[in-house]
Design a protein around this ligand. Structure first.
Ligand code: COA
Length: 379
C-alpha cells in the first residue's frame, strides 16, 4: 500500500472494517443480530445450542439426522483427557478460572496430534472437540479450583443441561436448563468483537486454533468485554435493595464511572440479546422469590436510559439469571467463553480458509534523530 492510501487512525478501530465474514451480522441500526442469515430471535425461540453450534460451524441448519449425529459427536467428546485434569489439579486453589481455561485449552492443543493442521476439515474437527470440551473445562475446572472432585459428563443430557449437571452434580430443573441453553445461544457469536478479533490475529500468523482460543479467552476476561457480566452482578449486590438503586447509579455516573452491563460499541439503541433474555430475569425472579433483583435492574435501566441514553447489553440480564440459578459469580465470564467457543472457532476456520496476515500499522509519536550516547557516558 502506498503512503497516499494510508487510512487515518481510528481509536479502538471504531467503525473500521477489519475482515469479511459470512458467520454473523450485527445490524446495529435495526437492533438485529443474524447468525448465518437467521434472526437470533428465531434461533433463540426454536433451537437447542447444539443446533445453533451446527449452524455456525457448518454454515447451515442441520436436518434431524445431521443434528443427532452432531449431538452424538459432542457427547462422545465431552470428557477431558486425564492430562488436562492433572494440569487443572496443579493450579492454585481459588485461582482465576479464565486462566485455568487457558491452561486447559493449551493442554488440549498439546495433546492433539493434528493441532497444527489448519485445513478446513481438521479445523472443523477441532472446533467440535473444543465446543464439547469447554463446557466440561468450565464446570469441572471450577470444581477442581474449589477443592471438589470433577463430575463425569452425563451421557444423555443436552449440552446446556449437562453443563449444569457437571457444575452442581445433579440434574437441573427444566427452566434452568432452558435458560442456560438460551444464554449459550445468545453468547455463541457476535462478529468482530475483541476476543474474536484476537483469535483472527493469532490465526492469521498460521498459528493453530488452540493458540487462537487461548488468546481469545484472555481478551474475553477484561471487564469491558466478557468480564462485564461478573462486574454487573457485583454492582447489583452492592446496591442491595431497589430503593438504593437510583442513588447508586447517579453517584457512579457523577464519579464518571462506567456501569458494567450497559452500552455497546455497535448497538446504540439496545441489544436485542438483552431484550430476549430479560423476560427470563422476571420469570426466574418470580420463581425464586427474588423480585428485588428484577426491580434493581429495572431501576438501573431506567436511570441509565434517562441520564446517559444507554441501554443494557446481554451481560446485564445474563448476570441476574445466572445468579438466580445459583451459579457462583466467577463462573459468568467462563460460561460466556463456553458459548463463544463456537464463534471463535468458526472465525478461525474462516481466517485459515482465506488467510492474510493481520498486520496493521501505527503512527509513531516518539522522538526521532536522537544522538546516541554510549552507556559509559550516560549520566
Ligand atoms: C462496551 C463499551 C466499552 C463500548 O464503549 P464505546 O463504544 O467505546 O463507547 P464510548 O466509550 O465512546 O462511550 C460513549 C459515552 O457513553 C459513556 N458510557 C459508555 N458506556 C458506559 C457505561 N457502561 N457506563 C457509563 N457510561 C458509559 C462513555 O463514558 C461516553 O460518555 P461521554 O461521551 O460523556 O464521555 C462501553 O459501553 C462500556 O464500557 N460498557 C461497560 C462494559 C460492558 O458492559 N461491556 C460489555 C459489552 S457487551
Amino acid at each position: 500500500m502506498s503512503e497516499k492510501e494510508i487510512i487515518p487512525y481510528r481509536p479502538g478501530l471504531e467503525g473500521v472494517t477489519a475482515g469479511i465474514s459470512a458467520i454473523s451480522d450485527v445490524i446495529a441500526a435495526e437492533n438485529r443480530l443474524i447468525y448465518r442469515g437467521y434472526d437470533i430471535r428465531d434461533l433463540a425461540q426454536h433451537c437447542s445450542f447444539e443446533e445453533v453450534a451446527y449452524l455456525l460451524l457448518m454454515g447451515q441448519l442441520p436436518t434431524r439426522a445431521q443434528l443427532e449425529q452432531f449431538e452424538g459427536e459432542l457427547k462422545a467428546q465431552r470428557e477431558l483427557p486425564d492430562a488436562v485434569y492433572s494440569v487443572l489439579r496443579t493450579l492454585p486453589k481459588g485461582g482465576n478460572l479464565m486462566a485455568a481455561l487457558q491452561a486447559g485449552v493449551a493442554t488440549l492443543g498439546m495433546l492433539d496430534p493434528t493441532a497444527d493442521d489448519n485445513s478446513h476439515e481438521a479445523n472443523l474437527r477441532k472446533a467440535v472437540r473444543l465446543t464439547a470440551s469447554m463446557a466440561t473445562l468450565v464446570a469441572n475446572g471450577y470444581r477442581i479450583l474449589n477443592g471438589q472432585e470433577p463430575v463425569p459428563p452425563h451421557p444423555t443430557l443436552g449440552h446446556a443441561a449437562n453443563f449444569l449437571y457437571m457444575l452442581f452434580g445433579r440434574e437441573p430443573e427444566p427452566l434452568h436448563a432452558q435458560v442456560m441453553n438460551l444464554t449459550f445461544i445468545l453468547y455463541a457469536e457476535h462478529g468482530y468483537n475483541a476476543s474474536t478479533f484476537t483469535a483472527h490475529v493469532i490465526a492469521s500468523t498460521l498459528a493453530d486454533m488452540y493458540s487462537a482460543v487461548v488468546g481469545a479467552i484472555g481478551a474475553l476476561r477484561g471487564p469491558l468485554h466478557g468480564g462485564a457480566n461478573e462486574a454487573a452482578m457485583e454492582a447489583i449486590l452492592e446496591i442491595g435493595t431497589p430503593d438504593r438503586a437510583e442513588a447508586w447509579v447517579l453517584e457512579k455516573l457523577a464519579q464518571k464511572a462506567r456501569i458494567m452491563g450497559f452500552g455497546h460499541r455497535e448497538y446504540k439503541t439496545g441489544d436485542i440479546r438483552a431484550v430476549i433474555l430479560k423476560q427470563y430475569v422476571r420469570q426466574l425472579a418470580e420463581h425464586t422469590g427474588r423480585m428485588d433483583l428484577y426491580q434493581i435492574q429495572e431501576i438501573m435501566e431506567q436511570v441509565m436510559l434517562r441520564e446517559k441514553n444507554l441501554y443494557p447489553n446481554v451481560d446485564f440480564p445474563a448476570a441476574a439469571v445466572y445468579y438466580m440459578m445459583g451459579i457462583p459469580i466467577p463462573l459468568y465470564t467462563p460460561i460466556f467463553a463456553a458459548a463463544r467457543i463456537v464463534g471463535w472457532t468458526a472465525h478461525v476456520i474462516e481466517q485459515h480458509d482465506e488467510n492474510r496476515l493481520i498486520r496493521p500499522r501505527s503512527d509513531y509519536k516518539g522522538p526521532r534523530d536522537l544522538t546516541f550516547v554510549p552507556i559509559e557516558q550516560r549520566g
